[in-house]
Design a protein around this ligand. Structure first.
Ligand SMILES: Cc1cc2nc3c(=O)[nH]c(=O)nc-3n(C[C@H](O)[C@H](O)[C@H](O)COP(=O)(O)OP(=O)(O)OC[C@H]3O[C@@H](n4cnc5c(N)ncnc54)[C@H](O)[C@@H]3O)c2cc1C
Length: 506
């Protein structure tokens, strides 16, 4: 064999896995990444280094350029789906929101039969990952991990952030000091993984310190077509250019859109669909590509005065239960920007007050459009296919308007609402407009779902091992059995860190 372990995809999960598995000097590890590699922060293009903005808020230099299919019967148009195409993956292009979700999110994974994934088991892993620079001494935090986490202090806050925090609080949302305190609900500063505005991707926090090891090779610009399987055991991977790399074990960490696509091209997935594409089935695994879940966004956009000094775009967060019950929050509400855009007048900026649905019932699917690895997959997001998903989003848009109408935020606004617009006020007209307002919060999961029964859609077992092929694992956001009520980077780091021990054990 060329290598003991080949990891496909150097994103959030792949960087953690490469670093952890190569701790064993006897284990020869190859990390393959479709996009380019910039080993040091100094080599990073500015839009990837600058964690105070999303690269996709401008135009990202390192994106896969994916777009979803139009919604079936929902009126949702094709939605752009940014994904990092670079060593670091989506952690190298993301908004740096560093949230864990709620204990119940992980207890639900365990209750579904996934032993080892309850909150009590994953909390020590979250703690091990982080260095919480503000609140590290609290018992639910860590201070010695590789991922720095902080909240912008008052002197670094934008006017938008200061006025939003005050307005949301006056509108009745309880103040939260630490959104990662188990059970915290309300408004407070957003925890972010940046250091001096540098986006601390997994390439910097995990891969960089491991790069000098002689048993670890990182290859950028090496897209993988498929996995090579022979008599029920993985033998290696085939790159898009036809090169075959032998391996004793292969771990797919290509993310929620690409990991199922690699499996499908390898003949692993729903057998009938594969035959339809001219691919000989190797393992009939009906769950591959199914159960795609994503947080959906919509926003109320208003024109505001420009900031006197440029500040990071993402600084605040409110968690909120939209039906007024004391159940778990089902929405994120946050102000961001303000942004320069031609949608506002001269001397104005655009402030979106964003509403993110945390527990969507709708599910989508990833399929191949062809067996050609250079064709993008067909991504059906399934947004709003469950009509009940509309209710919290509508309530959230009303709440966003209520916060915008509360001082001191109200005084920042310079003109009439731009979207959904001053004439779209009642539930009926908002509901009608909703399909055109939704977009992604960038958190696809579930397309290679972890579980105990492959006939019931499970693709990997609770240790990430693929059902039906020895030596093949999937470890990334795609294995989440349900979507946590949080942005998915920290949960994905946690998954990789949690499962790396099992990989080391063999
Ligand atoms: C624009 C954006 C903003 C986001 N903001 C936040 C945020 O603020 N906070 C948060 O918590 N989460 C955020 N997320 C989500 C978070 O970054 C992801 O959930 C997380 O990075 C997923 O990790 P992953 O390892 O599953 O996939 P990725 O990090 O996407 O890694 C997959 C890697 O595999 C590579 N790859 C794909 N196909 C192949 C192939 N065939 N061969 C070789 N390599 C391949 C890709 O290029 C990529 O490097 C954001 C995501 C995006 C895109």
């Amino acid at each position: 064999m060329d290598h003991d372990v080949v990891i496909v995809g150097a994103g959030t999960a792949g960087c953690v896995l490469a670093a952890r598995v190569s701790e064993d000097p006897a284990c020869d590890v190859l990390l393959l990444e479709a996009g380019p590699d910039y080993p040091t922060p100094e080599q990073l293009p500015l839009d990837l280094a600058d964690g105070s903005h999303l690269p996709s808020d401008r135009s990202s230099s390192h994106d896969w350029g994916l777009t979803s299919a139009a919604g079936r019967g929902t009126g949702v148009p094709p939605v752009p789906l940014p994904r990092g195409w670079v060593v670091g993956g989506s952690s190298a292009v993301n908004g740096t929101f560093a949230l864990r979700g709620y204990p119940e999110d992980y207890d639900a994974w365990a209750a579904a039969g996934n032993d080892g994934w309850g909150f009590d088991q994953v909390l020590p892993v979250f703690c091990r990952l982080e260095d919480d620079l503000d609140l590290g001494d609290r018992r639910w935090h860590g201070q010695h991990g590789p991922v720095p986490i902080r909240r912008y202090p008052a002197e670094e806050r934008s006017v938008v952030a200061c006025t939003y925090l005050e307005a949301a609080s006056r509108a009745g949302h309880p103040e939260v000091v630490d959104h990662n305190e188990p059970g915290a609900v309300g408004v407070g500063p957003l925890p972010v993984n940046t250091r001096d505005r540098l986006r601390m991707s997994a390439a910097l926090t995990h891969l960089a310190p491991a790069r000098g090891r002689p048993n670890l090779t990182v290859r950028g610009l090496a897209p993988v077509d498929r996995v090579e399987v022979d008599r029920g055991r993985v033998r290696g991977v085939r790159l898009v250019d036809g090169e075959v790399v032998g391996a004793d074990r292969v771990v797919l960490a290509a993310g929620a859109y690409a990991s199922p696509a690699v499996l499908l091209r390898s003949g692993i997935g729903p057998a009938d669909d594969l035959r339809h594409l001219g691919i000989e089935p190797v393992v009939n695994l009906p769950g591959v590509g199914r159960a795609l879940a994503d947080h959906v966004l919509a926003s109320v956009d208003v024109p505001v005065r420009p900031e006197p000094v440029a500040r990071p775009n993402y600084q605040t967060m409110t968690t909120w239960r939209s039906d007024g019950s004391d159940g778990l929050p089902d929405l994120h509400l946050f102000a961001c920007g303000p942004f320069e855009t031609n949608r506002v007048g001269d001397g104005e900026r655009l402030l979106p007050l964003v509403v993110g649905l945390l527990d969507p019932a709708s599910r989508g699917r990833v399929q191949l459009s062809s067996a050609d690895p250079t064709d993008p997959p067909r991504i059906d997001l399934g947004y709003l296919t469950e009509p009940r998903d509309a209710e919290p989003l509508l309530a959230g848009l009303h709440e966003a308007r209520r916060i915008l109408a509360t001082e001191p935020l109200r005084s920042l606004v310079t003109g009439p609402e731009i979207s959904p617009g001053p004439d779209v006020t009642d539930d009926a007209s908002l509901r009608e407009r909703l399909p055109g307002l939704v977009r992604t919060y960038h958190h696809p999961v579930g397309t290679c779902r972890m579980g105990t029964d492959p006939d019931d859609g499970a693709v990997v077992d609770p240790r990430g091992r693929l059902y039906g092929v020895d030596g093949l694992a999937v470890i990334d956001a795609s294995i989440m059995p349900s979507i946590p009520r949080a942005n998915t980077n920290l949960p994905t780091l946690m998954i990789a860190e949690h499962l790396a021990d099992g990989l080391l054990a063999g």
